[in-house]
Write a protein that binds this ligand. Sequence first.
Ligand SMILES: [Zn+2]
Length: 251
Amino acid sequence: MLPDLERLIHLQDLDLKAAAAQRTVAAAPERIAALDAKLAAARAGVDDAKAAIAQNQATRRSADKDILAAQQRLEKYKEQSMAVKTNTEFHAMQQQMAAVKAEIDRFESQILEIMMGADELAAQLKAAEARLKADEASVVAERKTIETERDAQAAIAKTCAADRATIVGQMNRGVVSTFEKVASQRGGIGLARAEKERCVVCQVRLRPMVYSAVKRNDEIVQCDSCQRILYYVPPTAADTAAQPAAPSTQS
Ligand SMILES: [Zn+2]
């Protein structure tokens, strides 16, 4: 095989590996931001629950004040009713006292509702705090996993770049630029295996003359359709039907 073709196979392999590594590195900030958002939502859940409890307590204080005032008013009416002189006055006083008693009843049932609400809110706060605690633990672990993965892939990308520079340094510049040009236009893949008279990547049938040139593996031949540089892997004895030789097995 033409040495540059072998190098191209290696190069294609490195480029795909580097691209995958770079995608992982590039995706890391967004993944970490999503974890931060999850944590922020859990914290907001706790804050909301606390705010609801504060609101409940304020309503309770206000109701306590109202009921106390009504009770004091009732006491005053009771004292006044002792001093009344006429039946009419007495009845009027009775009516006022009944109204205040009804008011006190309303406040009592309101306070009961507030108390039941307080129990519910306390349970909600407890659940929100538990969720936050669990999220904090899982976010720390997930962030560490993402960062470890990112650093490992960044190291792989760096190694790929160094290896690439070495290989490119050994190659014909024209071959490299043809490969890079096609790769940049064709989803990062500038090289294609030919098999059964077809370009394996674009699946277009090759002209017989082109295919026989490709089979010799001794020159740079491009696919008429996708322009990728073609190479050929002769079938081996073990390579009967199922095992198409991938570029990675060649390097
Ligand atoms: Zn093709």
